[in-house]
Ligand binder design. Structure first.
Ligand SMILES: NC(=O)c1ccc[n+]([C@@H]2O[C@H](COP(=O)([O-])OP(=O)(O)OC[C@H]3O[C@@H](n4cnc5c(N)ncnc54)[C@H](O)[C@@H]3O)[C@@H](O)[C@H]2O)c1
Length: 328
């Protein structure tokens, strides 16, 4: 892999992957319209085009000027709550614009695609740890828009010589060791981001959305994956795709869940104070437990997580949040 076209590189996950690839000596060209992204986390060694993914003319020119051997598509909108209020926005950006972008790639002979999908395509599932063959029951417009683009890619790959990696991320968290990047979303609903914002005084209280679930402590359980491990997965799976030309759908998680209360208690220890907390009601359609079955990904890539530790995830997120106060 020598040269990657990466959309959404001014965002949280895209910028981490861009840094990872650049550290490996790979050329990275970024397309981002800066809708939710920020130039400050775009790696300096990358080439940034401030451009919408639906801008066919500009993207065609960018592709023709370069010699990309891999496309990684991260750009999109990511808030479940917003998608419930404004489903059309999600269908438009994540599905329709995503589809338009990929059509331009296919037309210009770019045939190795990695797509950032989400574990929320599984919805409420009966399996304890969800695997890639489990039923797909997206429960909100965000998840539906991501699944629609998955289906488009799969359909296209059957008709043309297109190969894909679809990564279904579980809960992504943490920040780069060197603090080159981290989560920048404003008014985020991400659990760890919100806890960090309370810890640094940006928000008054952390609200637990329901403590009456059928789990050991009554709060929901999630599988948190450190963004730097996730970045490495992008590198390894893309190399796999280029070498083997075999399309795969892969879960990205550690296969271990932590409850909201466990996350909170660990964070209290890290910041050495009690984070102000209130107990609220359940959010509609919230899933009780979401944990990845990791067998498939471990079969295809030699991946040894380096940051598989809740404290590493929490402390890097906290350090990043403190940096954000000074620099953004
Ligand atoms: N953060 C998570 O926990 C998580 C979990 C599962 C899946 N994902 C997926 O990962 C991807 C990246 O998520 P993130 O958390 O880094 O989000 P983010 O909001 O930080 O990054 C998204 C980036 O896409 C850009 N963008 C949005 N619309 C665009 C458009 N029309 N044209 C060009 N650029 C556009 C934004 O400016 C931003 O820089 C998304 O596709 C998301 O669905 C994220």
């Amino acid at each position: 892999m020598k040269s990657v076209l990466l959309t959404g590189g001014a965002g949280y996950i895209g910028s981490h992957v861009a840094n990872f690839l650049l550290d490996k000596g790979i050329k990275v060209t970024i397309i981002d319209n800066l809708a939710t992204g920020n130039k400050k986390i775009v790696p300096k060694k990358s080439e940034l085009y401030v451009c919408d993914i639906s801008d066919e003319n500009r993207i065609t020119k960018i592709i023709k000027k370069n010699n990309f051997d891999m496309v990684m598509h991260f750009a999109g909108v990511v808030r479940v709550d917003e998608s419930i209020k404004n489903p059309k926005k999600y269908e438009n950006i994540n599905f329709k614009k995503g589809r338009a972008f990929l059509k331009v790639c296919f037309k210009n002979n770019l045939k190795n695609i990695l797509f950032s999908s989400t574990a929320s395509v599984y919805g409420k599932n009966s399996s304890k740890k969800v695997n890639e063959k489990d039923k797909l029951k997206p429960m909100n417009p965000y998840a539906k828009s991501k699944l629609n683009l998955e289906k488009f890619i799969i359909k296209k790959s059957k008709l043309n010589k297109i190969h894909y990696i679809i990564l279904r991320y579980f809960n992504v968290a943490g920040a780069d060791k060197k603090l080159r990047s981290g989560m920048i979303a404003k008014s985020s609903t991400n659990l760890i981001k919100v806890i960090c914002e309370v810890a640094v005084g940006k928000r008054k209280k952390f609200r637990i959305n329901g403590n009456d679930y059928n789990t050991t402590d009554g709060t929901t359980i999630r599988d948190f994956i450190h963004v730097s491990d996730l970045a490495e997965i992008h590198y390894l799976t893309s190399k796999y795709l280029i070498k083997n030309k075999k399309s795969k759908i892969l879960n990205c998680g550690y296969g271990k869940g932590y409850s909201v209360l466990e996350v909170l208690k660990n964070m209290n220890k890290i910041v050495q104070k009690k984070i102000p907390t209130v107990i609220g009601k359940r959010r509609p359609k919230d899933i009780m437990i979401s944990i990845s079955n990791t067998k498939k990904i471990n079969k295809f890539i030699k991946w040894k997580p380096k940051f598989n530790d809740l404290n590493k995830i929490l402390s890097s997120s906290y350090r990043w949040e403190k940096k954000l106060i000074k620099n953004f």
